[in-house]
Design a protein around this ligand. Sequence first.
Ligand code: ZN
Length: 56
Amino acid sequence: MSQPVKRLPLGVIVCRSCGTMVDTLDTDRVIVYSGFCDKSECRNPQSPAEPEPDWE
Ligand SMILES: [Zn+2]
């Protein structure tokens, strides 16, 4: 009768435009990534010098 330990995802991806939490990642420490949500207004690149991480 052992329940699997449910780990909370510590890594989060936050839309750098509107601040919405886009996704979570199972990491071993608290990490906040900057990304973009699905809003077209947020996905519109304003600073093309910064590469967007390709998260699944
Ligand atoms: Zn957004």
